[in-house]
Design a protein around this ligand. Structure first.
Ligand SMILES: Nc1ncnc2c1ncn2[C@@H]1O[C@H](COP(=O)(O)OP(=O)(O)O)[C@@H](O)[C@H]1O
Ligand SMILES: [Mg+2]
Length: 221
């Protein structure tokens, strides 16, 4: 067991001639709430995709809960994703013809368990106990993102990755989402949040700033 949820050493990612990540060395302790910030094109999404096994890196080492990612086979990567991480995106990616509850239960299904009570509980935890039978089209953007949080949390994953989770939300809903993150943080979840909004950094323990694929600054809050 590692003290770090995530660690990279000399991480490089190239897309052809483009060096999207250039010698990135970061470590996120278990239970830490970290913001990854930087202008558009600085490499934030590329980094998230590698840390969540959605993409592979070109050089260097990536450790996921102490295990080197490049040594994991397809099953190992799938298990890491299924057991350890929840994902949140700017776009909600909810299934339009399923209710809020069914969308959350679909995530359980991929985990080979369906417990309606557990799905209801996470929806209640994000303040949507009264919206469980609504379709995504019947929910506001903020409510849809809260369904996504419930979906990410239903399988008890300890690490939450969020790529611009409030990018499509107004300020009031942004605050609701950040409040939920702080509650999760208090309950020992590790949260890695990508954002280009400087105001969101103050909610976190630490801000890691990327520029042109390099870490240019780390600020402890
Ligand atoms: N699949 C890809 N193919 C080629 N270039 C890519 C690809 N994905 C990202 N890039 C390039 O990598 C750099 C970092 O992109 P990205 O990680 O999406 O930045 P951010 O999320 O910070 O806006 C950009 O120059 C982008 O054009
Ligand atoms: Mg991005």
């Amino acid at each position: 067991m590692s003290e770090f949820a995530i660690e990279t050493r000399g991480l490089v990612k190239r897309f052809g001639q483009v060096c999207a990540l250039d010698n990135v060395n970061i470590a996120v302790r278990k239970g830490e709430f970290v913001a990854i910030m930087g202008a558009s094109g600085s490499g934030k999404t590329t980094l998230m995709n590698i840390l969540t096994c959605l993409d592979t890196h070109t050089e260097g080492q990536v450790f996921l809960d102490g295990q080197e990612a490049s040594l994991l086979d397809e099953d190992g990567r799938r298990n890491f994703r299924a057991e350890k991480i929840g994902l949140l995106f700017q776009q909600f990616h909810l299934i339009p013809y399923l209710t809020a509850l069914q969308n959350v239960m679909l995530a359980q299904h991929y985990h080979s368990v369906t417990e309606e009570d557990a799905a209801k509980k996470v929806l209640e935890d994000v303040g949507l106990g009264h919206r469980m039978d609504h379709l995504p089209s019947q929910l506001s953007g903020g409510e849809q993102q809260r369904v996504c949080i419930a979906r990410a949390l239903v399988n008890d994953c300890p690490i939450l990755f969020a790529d611009e989770p409030t990018g499509n939300l107004d300020e009031a809903n942004e605050k609701i989402v950040l409040d939920i993150f702080q509650k999760l943080h208090a309950n020992k979840h590790t949260i890695i949040m990508v954002t280009h909004n400087p105001d969101l950094g103050r909610y976190t323990d630490r801000v890691i700033r990327l520029q042109h694929g390099k870490v240019i600054e780390e600020v402890q809050n």
